[in-house]
Design a binder for this molecule. Sequence first.
Ligand code: MSP
Length: 501
Amino acid sequence: MKNKFYVTTPIYYVNDAPHIGHAYTTILADVLTRFHRALGDDSFFLTGLDEHGQKVQQAAEKRGLSPKAHCDELAPRFSELWKTLGISNDDFIRTTESRHIQVVQAILQKVYDKGDIYQKEYEGIYSVAEERFITEKEAESGQFREVKVIKEKNYFFKMSSYQDRLIRYIEEHPGFIRPDHRKNEMLGFLRQPLGDLCISRPKARLSWGIEIPFDKDYVTYVWFDALINYISAIGYLSDEVKFKRLWPGTHLIGKDILTTHSIYWTTMLFSLDLPLPDTIFAHGWWLMGESKMSKSLGNVVKPLDLIERHGVDAVRYYLMSEMTLGADANFTPENFIKRYNSDLANDFGNLLNRVSGLIGKNHGGIIPELGIPTLADEEVAGAGRALGPKVEALIREYKVDEAINEVMNLIRQVNKYMEAQAPWKLAKTDLPAAGRVLYIATEALRLSAVFLKSVMPTKTVQVLEILGALDSGSFWGELKPGVKLPSFPPLFPRIEIDKQS
Ligand code: MSP
C-alpha cells in the first residue's frame, strides 16, 4: 500500500557539539525514511538547527561575533556529520533563514488577529539557563540554574483555552503520542489547569530572536519560533501544494521535549486550524552509566570517534539495534563491541565468508542452482517469504530494533540450517544437494542485505554487489544462480578487545 511519510527530527541547538544522542534521532529518522522510500511511500525527511535564543547570543558575544556569524560558523558541524553518517534528509532548515522567519511572523500575526495572543504584566521566576519561566515547585527542586525573579510585560498565547480539546484529541487518537506510557504522562500533566504560554522576550533583555510583527520591542520566545520549523520548511503559507502533500507528519523527539511538542505545538496548531501531527514519538535517552549523556555533564560520546574506529554502518547498526522502542539505553564501548561481534562479525559476516568459501571451493565460485527444494530448504524459504510483511509491519510501528531482530533471526536460522545440512560434507557425495543448500543460504544473505539496506547503506550494497544482486528486490527467490563470486575481504572483521585500549 502506498502511503505518505513525512518525518522530522528536533532541530538541534546550533551551539551544542553534536553527540550520540543527536545522531541517534537523526539516524532513526533516516532508517525509517529509507524503509518507507523502499516501500514506495511518498517520503520526506526534515532536520535542521535551532539558532535563536539567549545561549546563542551569549556565546556569540563571548567570541566577539554577531550571532548570525556565530551560527554560520557552527552549522556545518551538524550538516557535515550528517553527510558522514549517510543521512539522506530531503531538507535542512535553519531558523535564521528568511523562509522560516517570514512564516513565524505571519503565524504570530494570524494568531494575534484571531485574539489568541494578549499582553500582560507578569512577575515570575525565570531560569536563564533554561530560557523560560519556571514554577515555584521547579525552583525549589534546585535543578534549575541561574534563577531570578523577573517582572515584565510580555505577550501570552492562550494555550489554556485549548486544554479540553487537546485532552479529548489525545484520548480519541491512540497512536498520536507514542509510546503509550508517554501518552499517559501527558494526560496526567493535563489534569492540572494549563496556563497560557509566554511567547515574547523584551528586546532590552534578549535581542537575538524573531521580531514580533505587532510590537517591535519584542522578539519571539525560542520554542514558539522553533516548533514552527516543521511547517515553514514544507511550504506553509508559501507553497500550499507541497504543504498539503506532506502535512501532517511524524515528529521523532527525545522524551525531555515531549511537553513542548505535545502541548505547546498542538495548541498552536489548533489556533491555526491546522491538523495535528500524525504521531509524536518520544524515544528514551542514551545513558552513560546512570546519567544522561549531555554536554553539561561532559560525558558525551562523539560520533566521529566511533565512526573512525568502526565505520559508519557499524555505528548505525549499533544505535538502531541496541535501543528498544521508547526505553533508555546504556552506551558502553563493551556493549558496542559485543553487539558488533555477535551480530555482524559472527552471525552475518561468518555466514557470508563460509558460504562464499564453500562456493569457491566446491562449485567453481559460481552460485549454484536451487534444483528441487527439500522440506528443510522450504522451512528456510518460508521464513524468508514471511520476513517482508513482518519487517514492513514493524517499521510502520517505528519498531526498528524489532525489525532488525527479525532479519537477524533469519540469519541465525540459516546458520543452524548450515550446521544441520553440512554442505561441506554433502559436496563429497552429492554435489547438487550441496549446491542447493548453498543457494538457500546465499539467498537468505541477499534478502537480509536488502532488508538491512536502510540501516547499513554501505555494507549491504557491498554484499549485494558481491552476489551480483544489486538491483534485486525484497521477494524470496530473486537470487540468480550462475553468478561468479569475486574474492573480497571480510566485510565485518571481528573487533579484538585488546585493540580498543
Ligand atoms: N532545540 C531543541 C529542540 C527544538 S525542536 C522544535 C532541543 N535541542 S537539543 O539539541 O538540546 O536536543 C535535541 C534532541 O536531542 C532532543 O530530542 C533530546 O532528547 C535529544 N538528546 C539529547 N541528549 C540525548 C541523549 N543523551 N540521548 C538521546 N537523545 C538525547 O531540545
